[in-house]
Design a protein around this ligand. Structure first.
Ligand SMILES: CN1c2c(nc(N)[nH]c2=O)NC[C@@H]1CNc1ccc(C(=O)N[C@@H](CCC(=O)N[C@@H](CCC(=O)N[C@@H](CCC(=O)O)C(=O)O)C(=O)O)C(=O)O)cc1
Ligand SMILES: N[C@@H](CCS)C(=O)O
Ligand SMILES: [Zn+2]
Length: 789
C-alpha cells in the first residue's frame, strides 16, 4: 500500500521503565562504571529504534538521546564550555559538572585541589515542564566541533541497525537565542546572534559528518522561529543557514523544524532559507496550514505535525485524515510527511503498562508508543482520496472505526461534565478575587500574630524524599505495608522533620511533604475529574521525571486533601506551620489537560477546589498557607501579543484560590525555574503576602525586576540553589542578603532556599539550613539593611 513517510521528532529517551534514569544515577553513585553506562545506553537506544521501526516509523530520530539534556549536548558538541569547567577532565566529569555542579574536597593523598563549581542555569523549555541547561557564551566566544560528536555516533548506530536515521539538531539560531552571557555583568551588551555565521560554519561540518554517517534528512529544530522575531533575528537566520549549507552536497537534506507555535505568518523568511522542508505543529496551530501551503517553496517537503506530542489524548484520526488528504492531493505523496507535533519526549512511554486505568478512559488515550501506531495509520490513510475510501479499506477500516468509537465515547460520556462545578464557575464574582484588607494592614497583623523576627527564615516545603520514604510508598503500593503502617511512618518522618527545623532555628516551619510523590500528582489523586497513571513518566530535567495526572472531566474536591496532615504537623510545634498547596495554574500546567474546553475554565475549577482547601486549613488553625505557582510563567503564551489574555485569567485563578481568608492568615506563594522579570506586574497583582522565588541559579537577575518595578509585599528571593548538592557558605548567603537589601527593605525580606529540598540528602540540607539560619542571625545582629533605609 502506498504511504507517506512517517516520522517523529524525538522519542522518550528515559525508557519504558525509566532505565536511563537508573543507569545515570547508578553511574553518579559509583554503582556502575562508565563503560557499563555507555553500553547499556547504547542498548536502550537500539531498543527504542526497534520499537519505532516495528511500529512502522520510516525515519527514526537519532541524536534525540542525551545523558542529561540536548541543549547542554549542543553546547558541549560545539565546545561552548564555560571557563569554570575547562580544567576538569573532558568527558562525563566535565559534562555532568556543567549539568549539576561539582564539589570535591582536596585530597592530600592525591595532591588534588578542592573543586567547587556550581552548575549551569536551568530553564523551562519554551512552555513545557521540561528544563534545559542554558548555554553560556563569552563576548569573544569561539566554537569548535568536538571530535566524533555524539549525534554522529548515534546516527552510525541507527544506520548499522538497518534503519533510516534522521539526526536531530537544535538549530544554530535557537541555540544562540537560548544562550546567556557567561559574564552576567555583560547582559546588556550580550549579542549572541553575532555568532550566527561562525556557528553556522561549525554546523556545516557537523551536517557533513552526519551525511557521511548515512543520514539523508537532518532535522534542524528551530522552535524560536515561532516566537516574536525582529530584523536582527531574521538576519541571523539568513546568515546561519547560508553558512550551514554552503557547498553542502545536494544529497543532504535539511528539515527545518518548528513546534509549539504558528509560523504561517513567517513564511516569507522561512521560504528564503536554503533548506529542503518544513515541519509545522498543526496540533498547537492548526489554522496555519493554509498560509504555510500557500507559501511553501516548490520541491520542499512538508512535515505535518498532527499527532500531539504533548498530550495523552488519542488523535482524532477522522479529523486529521480529512485535514491532510487535500495536502497530499496538492503536493503529492513524496512531498508530505506525517509526524508528531513535537518530540515525544513530553509523552509517557506506553499505555501497555497501565493495568489499573479506568477501562473507558483508557480507550481515549494514546502515549508515545500508541502515537507511533497512529502515525502509521495516517501515513497510509492520507494517500487515499477520501475518508470513505479509508472506511472501506481492508487494512485501515478497523482502526478508523475503533478510533471513532473511542471519540464518540469521550464526547458523549456523562463522566466528563459535572453541572454543579460548571454553575459554580459561572458564579465567580469580582469580590471572590480580592483580599478583604490591603497588604500593609494585613502584614502588620500577621507579623504580630506570628511573632515573626526580622529576616524570617523558612523553606519552600519539601524535605528529602529519601530512599526510605520512597520505598515505604512502594511497599504500600505492593501491599507489603498496610495503610495504617504507612501513615504512621509518614507521621514519624514529619515529626522528625519538625524537630530538625526547630533545632536549626527556622521561623516558619513546614511539614516536609513526605506523603507526596509529587506536588501536582498528589492533588490529582484526590480531586474528582482526574485520573492518574502507574507508569506515565515524562522527563523533567536530567534524570528526574514526573508523572503528570490526567484531567479528563470537570474538577472538584470531594473532601479536604491536606488538612489532617497540616493540623497534625502544627500540633507538634509552637512555631507557625505553613500549609502547603499547589496552585491552580501549576496544577493545570503540570497535568495532562482536557483539550475539549478552554484551559481557563479548567483553571477556574481547580482554583475553586483549592479555595475550599485554604478555607478548611484556616478553619483548622493553620495561620500560614503557601500556594505554589512555579508554573505560572511557563504557561505564558510564546508570543507577547497573547500574554495579557493569559495573565488575566491565570492571576485571577490564583486570586480565586487564595483570597478567601482573613487578613491575619498569611498567604505565601512560590515560583521557580523561569525569568520572572517580564511578568512582574502580574506577580504583583497576585498580591501574596510573601513570595519565595527562585533567584540564585539565574545570577540574581531577578533583582532587575525588583529594581525596575519595586515589590510592594514581602519576598524571599532564594539564597541558594537547591538543584546542586553544593552547600553554600554563610558568607556567600550574607553577600546575597546584602545584594537583595538594595532592592527590598529589611522588614519585608525573607530568607529561604530557592525551591523545595526533596531532591537533596539530609546531610546537605542540614548544613545548608544551618548556614541559612546563621545568615539570618548575622543579618539581624549586624543590622544588615539599616543603611538602605
Ligand atoms: C518543582 N518541580 C516539579 C515540576 N513538575 C512537577 N510535576 N512536580 C515538581 O515538583 N516541574 C518543575 C520542577 C521539577 N523538579 C523535579 C524535582 C524532582 C523530581 C523527582 O525527584 N522526581 C522523581 C520521582 C518522584 C516520584 O514521583 N516519586 C515516587 C516514585 C518513586 C520511585 O521511583 N519509586 C521506585 C522505587 C524507589 C525506591 O525503592 O527507592 C519505583 O517505583 O520503582 C514516590 O516518591 O513514591 C524521580 O525520581 O525522577 C522531579 C521534578
Ligand atoms: N512546595 C514544593 C514547591 C516546589 S516548586 C516543594 O517544596 O517541593
Ligand atoms: Zn520550586
Amino acid at each position: 500500500m502506498t504511504a507517506l513517510e512517517s516520522t517523529i521528532l524525538g522519542f522518550p529517551r528515559i525508557g519504558a521503565h525509566r532505565e536511563l534514569k537508573k543507569l545515570v544515577e547508578g553511574f553518579w553513585s559509583d554503582k556502575i562504571s562508565e563503560a557499563t553506562l555507555l553500553m547499556e545506553a547504547k542498548a536502550l537506544r537500539a531498543k527504542h529504534w526497534k520499537v519505532q521501526h516495528d511500529a512502522g516509523i520510516d525515519l527514526v530520530p537519532s541524536g534525540d538521546f542525551s545523558f542529561y539534556d540536548l541543549v547542554l549536548d549542543t553546547a558541549y558538541t560545539f565546545g561552548a564550555i564555560p571557563a569554570r569547567y575547562q580544567a576538569l577532565p573532558a568527558g562525563f566529569t566535565q559534562y555532568f559538572a556543567m549539568a549539576r555542579g561539582l564539589q570535591k574536597p582536596a585530597s592530600e593523598a592525591t595532591g588534588n585541589h578542592a573543586i567547587d563549581v556550581p552548575a549551569m542555569e536551568m530553564k523551562k523549555w519554551f512552555d513545557t515542564n521540561y528544563h534545559y541547561i542554558v548555554p553560556e557564551l563569552t563576548a569573544d566566544q569561539s566554537f569548535a566541533l568536538v571530535a566524533d560528536p555524539q549525534v554522529v555516533q548515534h546516527t552510525r548506530e541507527a544506520k548499522a541497525q538497518g534503519l533510516a536515521p534522521k539526526p536531530v539538531l537544535i538549530g544554530p539560531v535557537t541555540f544562540l537565542l537560548l544562550s546567556k552571557p557567561a559574564d552576567r555583568e555583560a547582559i546588556d551588551a550580550f549579542q549572541p546572534l553575532r555568532f550566527a555565521a561562525q556557528l553556522g560554519t561549525q554546523y556545516r561540518t557537523l551536517v557533513q559528518q552526519l551525511a557521511d554517517a548515512g543520514a539523508q534528512w537532518i532535522q534542524v529544530d528551530e522552535p524560536c522561529l515561532g516566537l516574536d522575531l525582529n530584523p536582527e533575528i531574521e538576519a541571523a537566520y539568513r546568515t546561519a543557514y547560508a553558512e550551514l549549507t554552503h557547498d553542502l552536497p545536494s544529497s543532504v537534506r535539511l528539515m527545518l523544524t518548528t513546534y509549539f507555535e504558528r509560523v504561517g505568518d513567517r513564511m516569507d523568511l522561512i521560504a528564503e532559507l536554503p533548506v529542503h522542508g518544513l515541519h509545522v505543529d498543526l496540533v498547537r496551530a492548526p489554522r496555519q496550514l493554509s498560509e504555510v501551503m500557500a507559501h511553501l517553496p516548490a520541491q520542499w517537503v512538508l512535515s505535518l505535525g498532527v499527532v500531539d506530542g504533548r498530550n495523552v489524548w488519542r488523535t482524532d484520526l477522522t479529523a486529521v485524515v480529512e485535514c491532510i488528504q487535500p495536502v497530499v492531493t496538492e503536493l503529492g505523496c513524496a512531498r508530505v510527511w506525517v509526524s508528531s507535533s513535537c518530540s515525544l519526549l513530553h509523552s509517557p512511554f506506553s499505555l501497555e503498562f497501565e493495568t489499573a486505568l479506568d477501562p473507558e478512559i483508557q480507550t481515549w488515550l494514546a502515549f508515545a508508543v500508541e502515537k507511533l501506531a497512529e502515525l502509521r495509520f495516517l501515513a497510509r490513510a492520507a494517500t487515499l482520496p477520501s475518508l470513505e475510501a479509508v472506511s472501506s479499506d481492508a487494512m485501515l477500516s478497523a482502526d478508523l472505526k475503533a478510533n471513532q468509537v473511542a471519540f464518540a465515547s469521550r464526547r458523549g460520556s456523562n463522566r466528563v461534565v459535572d453541572s454543579t462545578v460548571q454553575s459554580r464557575v459561572r458564579g465567580v464574582t469580582p469580590n471572590m478575587i480580592r483580599r478583604s484588607a490591603a497588604f500593609t494592614e494585613r502584614y502588620a497583623q500577621q507579623v504580630d500574630r506570628l511573632q515573626l523576627p526580622l529576616f524570617p527564615t523558612t523553606t519552600i516545603g519539601s524535605f528529602p524524599q529519601t530512599r526510605e520514604v520512597r520505598s515505604a510508598r512502594l511497599k504500600l503500593k505492593r501491599g507489603d505495608l498496610s495503610q495504617a503502617e504507612y501513615n504512621s511512618f509518614i507521621k514519624q518522618e514529619t515529626e522528625q522533620c519538625i524537630r530538625r527545623q526547630e533545632g536549626w532555628g527556622l521561623d516558619v516551619l513546614v511539614h516536609g511533604e513526605f506523603e507526596r510523590t509529587d506536588m501536582v500528582e498528589y492533588f490529582g489523586e484526590q480531586l474528582a475529574g482526574y485520573i492518574f497513571t502507574k507508569n506515565g513518566w515524562v522527563s523533567s530535567y536530567g534524570t528526574r521525571c514526573v508523572k503528570p495526572p490526567i484531567i479528563y472531566g470537570d474538577v472538584h474536591r470531594p473532601q479536604p486533601m491536606t488538612v489532617a496532615m497540616s493540623a497534625y504537623a502544627q500540633s507538634l510545634t509552637a512555631k507557625p506551620l505553613k500549609g502547603m498547596l499547589t496552585g491552580p495554574v501549576t496544577c493545570l500546567q503540570w497535568s495532562f489537560v482536557r483539550d475539549d474546553q478552554p484551559r481557563q475554565v479548567t483553571a477556574t475549577q481547580l482554583a475553586l477546589a483549592i479555595r475550599d482547601e485554604v478555607a478548611d486549613l484556616e478553619a483548622a488553625g493553620i495561620t500560614v498557607v503557601q500556594i505554589d505557582e512555579p508554573a505560572i510563567r511557563e504557561g505564558l503564551p510564546l508570543r507577547r501579543s497573547d500574554w495579557d489574555a493569559y495573565l488575566q485569567w491565570a492571576v485571577d485563578a490564583f486570586l480565586l484560590s487564595s483570597t478567601g481568608v482573613k487578613p491575619t492568615t498569611q498567604i505565601h506563594t512560590h515560583m521557580c525555574y523561569s525569568d520572572f522579570n517580564d511578568i512582574f506586574p502580574a506577580i504583583q497583582r497576585m498580591d501574596a503576602d510573601v513570595i519565595t522565588i527562585e533567584n540564585s541559579r539565574s545570577d540574581l537577575k531577578l533583582l532587575g525586576a525588583f529594581a525596575a518595578h519595586g515589590y510592594p509585599n514581602a519576598a524571599g528571593p532564594g539564597l541558594y540553589d537547591i538543584h546542586s548538592p553544593r552547600v553554600p557558605s554563610v558568607q556567600e548567603m550574607v553577600d546575597r542578603v546584602q545584594a537583595l537589601l538594595q532592592y527590598l527593605p529589611r522588614d519585608r525580606l525573607w530568607l529561604n532556599p530557592d525551591c523545595g529540598l526533596k531532591t537533596r540528602g539530609w546531610l546537605e540540607v542540614e548544613a545548608a539550613l544551618r548556614h541559612l539560619t546563621q545568615t539570618a542571625a548575622r543579618a539581624r545582629t549586624e543590622c544588615l539593611g539599616t543603611q538602605a533605609q
